[in-house]
Design a protein around this ligand. Structure first.
Ligand code: T1G
Length: 702
């Protein structure tokens, strides 16, 4: 007999079925098979008056086993199990703690009564995997809570609390902690004695068909343009409309067709890849526990420093901000306060929570005040001399065992580590702005960094609710190194004939939140200008260099903050195309003897993505990233790569590496230096392999 993943215990006349499939009670085939068999068997067992279904461990169930999705769909499907429960001739009560997500919640929706612990959370997050709830959720949830509430939950994939679930009618009762299963048994006995079966299919929240359809249309109208281009949201809307219009069986048929379409979509492949890639990335790359971190000092109260302070306070740490003088410290503290005020305004935090966080926040201008910090994060000006001076002070005052981290976005962490006696305690923690919002954290391991310091970086990321990605030391680590290259590809396209506006449009149509030129205007052209000037002395004289960005910066056209950059910002919004910029581009082309040509949207995407993929392959060749999917995580979470395409290397696998390499070889005829194919890319194509083949190998930091 397969391992028992659903246990059955008869307590008096109540049969208690417990799902026990660690770590999250995913609905594997074994769980679905054993659960359905137990419910069916109970029908003919006279000793059984009714059934309680609950979960062992930390949650009720996290839904379908995501690792099984994409493979052959085996019976009994989740929806079949939910229907078996709903049509049971004896009352079935589910007792929910932790999470009831996806198929886990759909199982609960098939039950006749739902009771939960106060801390439980509920969601149908399938849309985040490119799917719709395929286990009856699109039909049963609207019948319980109404079309509007149901379609909002399914379109966002967000979870709701037990209190909110009770309020909208998703759950029927909330038990005190520790009495959940007893309360559920009591409920079974009551329903059995009264001969009550409350089938969800009979619930009446959809009784007003016209109102229900209107609610679905209202939610659909508010969706972002991109969501409308995705498959799953549209199919969710169709399925909920069917729930309002048809019987349960007919509605389930519409759901099944929609689910099959989503399963066949490349978006489902991309989104599931993105989910699994993030989980893989968060695994610590070293076999060592991290150090205990309670108090953290942040050097610098600028945009990054204040964002990092807010992230640490939100995660419950004691935080000391250090600045060079009282005026700068006051400004830094004000930035932190402004972040929290915005969180209160948006409803993300309440006054009490903020007051509690700020009680753990202090400031100082004296290094001696951070001597006892467990971790110091330097977030000062991006200048090597400034950083070395700070690390010299930290080396002098910090306690033994303190971890000294730099937030630098591209400077040499090996050089910083070598400047102090305790090099093995030095690490890079590259946060992305705004640091209290962006999920990505590049954990940059210098050659000297100790394994337990790397482990601490990964544990810190998890506590901050961020996704860590291990990076080696090079200019730009993973993300910024790729950013520099695909920005160059965009600049070459611009000089060769495409306007910045056509390039942005093509890439935003591909799915980027913002094209490279709109992004440059947002972040500020002066930053890139300073980088180019920094690199000028060491620039390869044979490397192509486009001067257009410099020409704009020389005029002070730094982007949004200057009122103009590639676009004009005469009024709030996404900016207007600027004929003066096109004139400057024309002039630069003439000076360079470039004969402009037209580029289609596909040609723009092909060049931009080929540059990204080729540089990512070089990063893997150089050992800067552990695996291809870590690069996908970096580009999706940190640089706006469309999540439903999985990331640049997942996209490359799905497009086919031979085609990518063919493009690179074609582009190399004009510029063999920039378009030199990465050795790894050549190897994979020759071997008929893909980047995914490298993801399957478990990798540890050497
Ligand atoms: N399937 C398989 N593994 C899962 C899983 C799942 N559904 N959820 C989590 N894991 C693994 C995860 O990879 C990690 O493993 C470990 O569990 C702990 O996770 C029919 C088709 C549940 C809130 O989208 O939101 O149902 O990487 O580190 O922070 O309509 O995991 O360590 O080896 O995240 O406490 C819908 C996704 C499926 C839930 C727990 N369900 N999971 O968070 O732990 S589609 C989801 C989560 C579906 C039906 C459809 C979170 C969590 P490893 P963790 P956590």
């Amino acid at each position: 007999m397969r391992d028992e993943v659903v246990s059955s215990v008869l307590d008096g006349e109540v049969l208690v079925l417990t799902i026990n499939n660690p770590p999250v009670n995913a609905l594997s085939n074994a769980v679905r098979t054993q659960l359905q068999a137990a419910v069916l068997a109970a029908r003919s067992e006279h000793a059984v008056a009714g059934i309680v279904i609950t979960g062992a461990g930390k949650c009720f169930s996290a839904g379908a086993d995501i690792r099984e999705l994409g493979g052959e769909r085996t019976h009994p499907w989740t929806g079949e199990v939910a229907t078996t429960i709903e049509t049971s001739t004896k009352p079935v009560v589910v007792a929910i703690h932790g999470h009831a997500l996806g198929g886990g919640l759909e199982i609960a929706l098939g039950a006749h009564y739902r009771i939960t612990e106060p801390s439980a959370r509920f969601a149908l997050p399938e849309v985040r995997l490119g799917l719709l709830p395929g286990g009856g959720g699109t039909q049963r949830l609207p019948r319980l809570v109404g079309a509007g509430q149901a379609v909002r939950m399914m379109m966002s994939g967000d979870s709701i609390s037990a209190g909110d679930a009770a309020e909208i009618g998703l759950v029927d009762a909330i038990s005190d902690k520790g009495t959940l299963v007893d309360r559920a048994k009591e409920q079974v006995r009551k329903m059995a004695a009264a001969g009550i079966l409350r089938r969800t299919c009979d619930a009446t929240a959809l009784s007003d068909t016209a109102a229900s359809l209107k609610q679905v249309d209202e939610v659909w109208k508010k969706l972002e343009g991109k969501a409308k281009r995705q498959v799953a949201p549209a199919r969710i809307a169709d399925a909920v409309r069917a729930a309002a219009l048809h019987s349960l069986d007919d509605g389930l048929a519409v759901e099944a067709v929609g689910f099959a379409e989503c399963m066949a979509s490349p978006q489902r492949q991309g989104l599931i890849h993105a989910f699994l890639a993030e989980k893989r990335a968060t695994h610590s790359p070293v076999n060592a526990p991290g150090r205990d971190i309670r108090s953290v000092a942040v050097i610098g109260g600028g945009t990054m420093g204040s964002g990092i302070v807010a992230a640490l306070l939100n995660a419950g740490f004691e935080v000391m901000m250090m600045e060079r003088d009282e005026t700068s410290l006051a400004a830094g503290k004000e930035r932190v306060s402004a972040i929290f005020q915005r969180s209160i305004k948006s409803g993300r935090l309440d006054e009490t929570g903020v007051a509690c966080a700020l009680r753990r926040f202090a400031g100082s201008t004296c290094y001696s005040d951070i001597a006892t910090a467990d971790l110091v994060i330097e977030a000062a000006f991006e200048d090597m001399n400034v950083k070395k001076a700070i690390f010299s002070e930290l080396d002098r005052v910090c306690k033994q065992g303190a971890i000294l981290a730099t937030n630098t976005s591209y400077l040499d962490v090996n050089e910083i580590a070598a400047s102090v006696c305790r090099s093995s305690d030095v690490i890079g923690l590259h946060f992305f702005s705004p640091a209290h919002v962006m999920k990505l954290l590049e954990v940059v391991a210098a050659e000297a960094t100790a394994p337990d310091v790397i482990a601490t970086g990964f544990e810190l990321a998890k506590k901050l609710g961020k996704t860590p990605v291990l990076a080696g030391v090079c200019d730009g680590f993973i993300g910024n190194r790729i950013l520099y290259v695909f920005r160059e590809a965009a600049n070459f396209l611009m000089e060769d004939g495409a306007s910045p506006y056509e390039i942005d449009e093509a890439l935003e149509e591909f799915g980027f939140a913002m094209g490279p030129f709109r992004t440059a205007d947002l972040t500020g052209g002066d930053i890139g200008w300073a980088t180019r000037q920094r690199k000028a002395a060491n620039r390869d004289p044979h490397a192509r260099y486009v001067r257009i960005a410099d020409a704009l910066c020389e005029r002070g056209w730094f982007g949004q903050k200057a009122g103009r950059g590639y676009y004009r910002y005469d009024e709030p919004g996404r900016g207007l195309c600027d004929p003066d910029v096109l004139e400057i581009i024309e002039r630069e082309r003439k000076e360079r003897g470039v004969r402009a040509r037209r580029f289609s949207g596909q040609e723009i995407v092909d060049r931009y993505l080929a540059a990204m993929v080729n540089e990512a392959a070089k990063i893997l060749d150089d050992g800067i990233a552990l695996r291809p999917s870590d690069i996908d995580v970096t580009m999706v979470l940190g640089y706006g790569f469309p999540r439903w395409k999985g990331g640049p290397l997942k996209y490359a696998d799905m497009e086919g590496l031979p085609g990518i390499l063919k493009n690179i070889r074609t582009f190399a005829t004009d510029d063999p230096l920039f378009w030199k194919p990465a050795p790894l890319l050549l190897f994979l194509v020759e071997e008929g392999k893909c980047f995914e083949d490298l993801n399957r190998k478990e990798k540890k930091h050497a």
